[in-house]
Design a protein around this ligand. Structure first.
Ligand code: AMP
Length: 377
């Protein structure tokens, strides 16, 4: 990838109109913001621009309003919070109120950049999408990456291109099919790939183990079998926390027996977390690593009965001070925060899908658009 233009590359900002694409897709309930982290994380970029004399207009999507005005997704609560933190900037209404945003409509782009001199993309979490506000403005305006985007690229491409070794990646979450590309890409660079979460059962089944009623993706059995046969350095769990068919996830009152088991899970039982032996083994690997990338929970961490594996991974990462620790966004970032370890990681990505795609491909549509826009500076 060519050099990514940063804020300094934009030159003199005094009196310039600058459009900033931020990711203010904050969690809302009943019109209230439950977590304003995404707003706070954009502040270094916004403050830099304001301090250097720019007139700043910010834009963002919020939720999935499907291309029409929907008051449930009004940007108003975000505007209120943003103005408490930084009253000097303007904020446009939810970009996704117009179908042109997701369709990357040229007329929508034209309206968006009307009156603007410069563009800054700081929305890492949306930069894997070829939406109008991500890939459109850099075609017409001198453009740069904001602080947040630049840091994500620096960290994620850094570990992809020159990690300190041993480099261990841990993948979890529910689906193998979501992670095919990233598994291949990681196997090119890691010393060990640890696989837990719901996705490990398709691998275990491919090895000939019984998995009971645990998650299975039949269509990926061959992929898993080929990968295991290739001698790739993949490590799978060898014990599990399981529940019988009377239980329901997240509902203690439903009954259901929770039991630790080894590799062969009988019919009627579902593997919902890695067991204590596997957690200890994975923890040992993390403790001896110099770079760890973690994406996807080891179990159904939202239910306390199945959170121990995920918690142990987050804790061992946080405790390994001589290791560069990176948490991919999405559920693993949520788990690291919930268990109180996020602050002790070197980097917690703000984009789940975007971080996986950047590691897989080494580039994203939003980043490529900025790199190409260099010619306009
Ligand atoms: P993903 O959306 O693919 O990143 O997966 C995240 C979800 O996977 C979380 O909500 C977890 O509850 C779920 N998950 C993790 N381990 C398991 C498992 N063993 N069985 C079912 N779901 C799981």
């Amino acid at each position: 990838m060519n050099h990514l233009p940063t804020l300094e590359d934009l030159g003199d900002l005094k009196g310039k109109n600058v459009l900033v694409r931020a990711d203010f897709n904050v969690p809302l309930s009943g019109g209230e913001i439950r977590d304003d982290l995404r707003i706070k994380e954009a502040l270094p970029t916004l403050k830099y621009l304001v301090k250097h004399g720019a007139n700043v207009t910010v834009c963002s999507h919020l939720g999935r309003p499907k291309g029409t005005v929907d008051s449930n997704f009004s940007i108003e609560p975000v505007r209120k919070r943003l103005w408490e933190l930084l009253p000097e900037v303007g904020l446009l209404e939810n970009l996704r109120f117009d179908a042109g945003e997701e369709a990357n409509d040229p007329d929508f782009v034209k309206n968006l950049i009307s009156g603007q001199d410069l563009f800054v993309n700081d929305a890492f979490g949306a930069s894997h999408r070829s939406h109008a506000s991500i890939v459109g403005p850099p075609q017409f305006l001198p453009s740069a990456a904001g602080r947040l985007l630049a840091k994500e690229v620096d960290v994620l491409l850094g570990i992809r291109e020159k990690p300190r070794r041993p480099f261990v990646a841990l993948l979890g979450g529910s689906k193998v099919s979501d992670k095919l590309g990233v598994i291949d890409a990681l196997l090119e660079v890691v010393d060990k790939l640890v696989i837990g979460g719901g996705m490990c059962f398709t691998f275990l089944k491919a090895q000939g183990n019984q998995i009971g009623s645990s998650l299975l993706e039949e269509s990926q059995l061959q992929f898993c079998e080929n990968l295991l046969a290739s001698g790739a350095p993949i490590l799978l769990p060898h014990d599990f926390t399981t529940m019988d068919s009377d239980g329901r996830i997240g509902d203690l009152s439903a009954g259901g027996v929770v039991r630790q088991m080894g590799k062969n899970i009988p019919d009627g039982w579902m593997g919902l977390d890695i067991g204590p032996g596997s957690a200890a083994a994975f923890g040992e690997i993390i403790s001896n690593a110099k770079t760890v990338l973690w994406n996807g929970p080891m179990g159904v961490f939202e239910d306390e009965r199945f959170s121990a594996g995920t918690r142990h991974i987050a804790q061992t990462m946080a405790e390994n001070k001589s290791c560069f620790t990176v948490v991919g966004g999405g559920d693993s970032a949520a788990a690291a925060k919930e268990f109180g370890f996020a602050e002790r990681m070197d980097h917690v990505s703000t984009g789940g899908g975007a971080s996986l795609e950047l590691i897989e491909k080494g580039d994203l549509p939003g980043i490529a658009a900025l790199t190409e826009s260099r010619r306009l500076i």
